[in-house]
Design a protein around this ligand. Sequence first.
Ligand SMILES: *Cc1c(COP(=O)(O)O)cnc(C)c1O
Length: 429
Amino acid sequence: MNREKSEKLFIEAEKYIPGGVNSPVRAFKSVDMPPVFVDHGKGSRIYDVDGNEYTDYICSWGPLILGHASPVYYEGIQEALEKGTTFGAPTAIEVEIAKLITEAYPSMEMVRMVSSGTEATMSALRVARGFTGRDKIIKFEGCYHGHSDGLLVKSGSGTLTFGVPTSSGVTPGTAKDTLVATYNDIESVKALFAENPGEIAAVIVEPVAGNMGVVPPDLDFMKGLRKITESEGTVLIFDEVITGFRLAYGGAQEVLGIKPDMTTLGKIIGGGMPVGAFGGRREIMEMVAPLGGVYQAGTLSGNPIAMKMGLNTLTYLRDHPEVYEGLEEKAKRLEAGFKANIEKTGVKAQMVRFKGMTCLFFTDQPIDSYAAVMTSDTRAYTQYFKSMLEAGNFLPPAQFEAIFISDAHTLQDIEKTIEDNYQALKKLK
Ligand SMILES: *Cc1c(COP(=O)(O)O)cnc(C)c1O
């Protein structure tokens, strides 16, 4: 494929934007090539500025559950734009989306809208601290919760890819309140509680880890988290920024049958616009200003245009449960196809799937932990990524990311990708 225009744009971009991109993983740095500049998308496809076509398995890293440029997102947007884009005063649609979210997530008795997943998790932690009067939090190595200071400690996603799981610029004073446990290992959590009695405000977890590739949760581990947080008076926060409205309409908490105290949402809830949300039990959310003493605010929070696109998406998902059946069917086909290819080619790889979330790891270790993930051969991934890209598959440009599919992907798209995967794996041998 010729990507001359992308290459030229990147040289220009690097002059003005750090690394040429506005979010690190977009840079393709870990796969050792210049990034693809996108011109437009439609359904399961994206088209780059040189006119190349790809089946997109990034889907904006999760938000586009209905694919690119679905008319569903845009319904009523022209009228909404004509009314004005932002007021800094409440609008009716904010009530509508809050009602819809709290109905879908019964654990969220009240919800506050923000403009990103980062804001959602950062605010949820502040509320949990205000509520408990405690300082420390527990997170899990390899889980990513956005880029706020206290959460950039042994983090996932781009921080893993670029070798900065604990970011520089985070003060030791901030980092010391973030305790790090091991995902799927309840003993590591019990040990931290034992070492810090009465001091832990919150445990924050991705109920299905999706930022170190995909690591399915051990159900006993998740139940153990619920049990220990309950008995310690600690707020359990499910970070469902990826899993919310993706694993199921009611998210991971519905699938796992576990009710957290607080939940953070993002990605899908904006229908492609910058939106996040945090919510939880009423007595906890009553801590938030102007009701309570925990301050949290935003000039563009609950922005009516973003709310409209979000509401359009969520309403569609509520009324079309078959979207979730379709996602799972496609993910299952991808899993079966990739597994058969691994067997046929003898490449050391693991195909992981949990509901509609999947990831291909280049390791012979079964994927049940951060340690297993870290045995992956990232050089093999780079080579694989490039072959797949040349064959027209836009995969995450890093090993430690999930594959995202949308309702717009067809079984034919999946079959072609399975065939391309076979050819790519064969070349690795
Ligand atoms: C993407 C993500 C975030 C951060 O959301 P942004 O909108 O990028 O700030 C937080 N938590 C999880 C689990 C995520 O996947």
